[in-house]
Design a protein around this ligand. Structure first.
Ligand SMILES: NC(=O)CCC(=O)C(=O)O
Length: 294
């Protein structure tokens, strides 16, 4: 069985709210949601925010809300809130402005309970799709993709995580890389929509949990009654056997769950796929796929 790094038990909260056009109001809202989540008993040790929580999810708008990291006001605010409240935060995502060349990224920043940044993930797989009669969206019209898988540890809670953003969940490799490096939790801030959400959101959440027998945290924006991109909502926590522990509807709300190391250890002991992998056959599949057609 491969080793997993996770504290015996971890209390998490997923904060599902929607962002509007007013950035200050969005930052005020995240502050209020964090306060509300921390009043819960038991107190969450880890908070997860949704994808694009301080800007509308719109390719022509990202530039208007983009910030440098770590100097921008959103990163500074989350750092302060993490430190003041002694809580870890997976900071959903924001449009990031890279000052070196002016490129924009869809980026998630993670804070430990001292307010220090422990990880930064730039969405690797951009959401470029076109479903006739359904939805067309092309993040690559204004964003560039990140170029690395993100695995990080928060030492204060003795836990290793993998991190992806929304469309990243459709690509199982990121979660498998994280699991091989000791992660027992995959977190995906994500804004599926009312076309793809009902078809795929739960399936991918469960799939990524049972692929590697880890917890999956899916944190969505709430649906926005004022229009624009309609997020699916349904933030959820899935356990290492693919059971949904908690699932929200599409309105603003908070999901709480307790994650237990024993659940991962037992799932991996009972069905030991983590030590049955055949890397002699597929370790370099991305470079040199040895595939027979028949
Ligand atoms: N924000 C996103 O990446 C949306 C992904 C999505 O809706 C999907 O179906 O995948």
């Amino acid at each position: 069985m491969s080793a997993v790094t996770l504290s015996k038990s971890l209390q998490v909260a997923l904060l599902q709210f929607h962002a509007g056009a007013d950035k200050s109001a969005n930052l005020q809202k995240v502050t209020e949601f964090i306060k509300k989540a921390l009043n819960h008993t038991p107190k969450p040790q880890l908070l997860v925010l949704p994808e694009c929580f301080q800007s509308p999810y719109a390719v022509d708008q990202f530039k208007n809300y983009a910030e440098k990291i770590p100097d921008g006001e959103t990163t500074q605010l989350l750092s302060k809130l993490a430190k003041e409240n002694n809580v870890s935060i997976i900071g959903g995502s924001i449009p990031e402005l890279d000052e070196t060349d002016g490129s924009l990224y869809n980026t998630s920043v993670v804070f430990d309970p001292n307010g220090e940044i422990v990880a930064k993930h730039r969405k690797v797989h951009l959401f470029d799709i076109s479903i006739p009669g359904g939805i067309t969206f092309k993040e690559s019209d204004s964003l560039k993709p990140g170029n690395k898988a993100t695995v990080f540890e928060i030492p204060q809670i003795d836990t290793i995580f993998g991190l992806g953003i929304c469309y990243d969940i459709r690509f199982p490799e990121l979660a498998t890389i994280a699991s091989r490096r000791g992660a027992g939790i995959m977190a995906y801030p994500g804004a599926f929509n009312t076309v793809t959400g009902p078809k795929f959101w739960t399936k991918f959440s469960v799939a990524r949990a049972i692929d590697n027998q880890n917890y999956v945290l899916m944190c969505s924006p709430a649906r926005n009654p004022n229009g624009g991109y309609q997020s699916y909502g349904h933030s959820m926590v899935v356990d290492p056997n693919g059971n949904i522990l908690v699932e929200l509807g599409h309105e603003e709300d908070i999901a709480y769950a307790e994650l237990k190391k024993d659940e991962i250890v037992e799932a991996r002991k009972n069905i030991p796929i983590s030590i049955q992998r055949r890397f002699d056959i597929y370790d370099d599949v991305s470079k040199n796929p040895k595939v027979s057609a028949l």
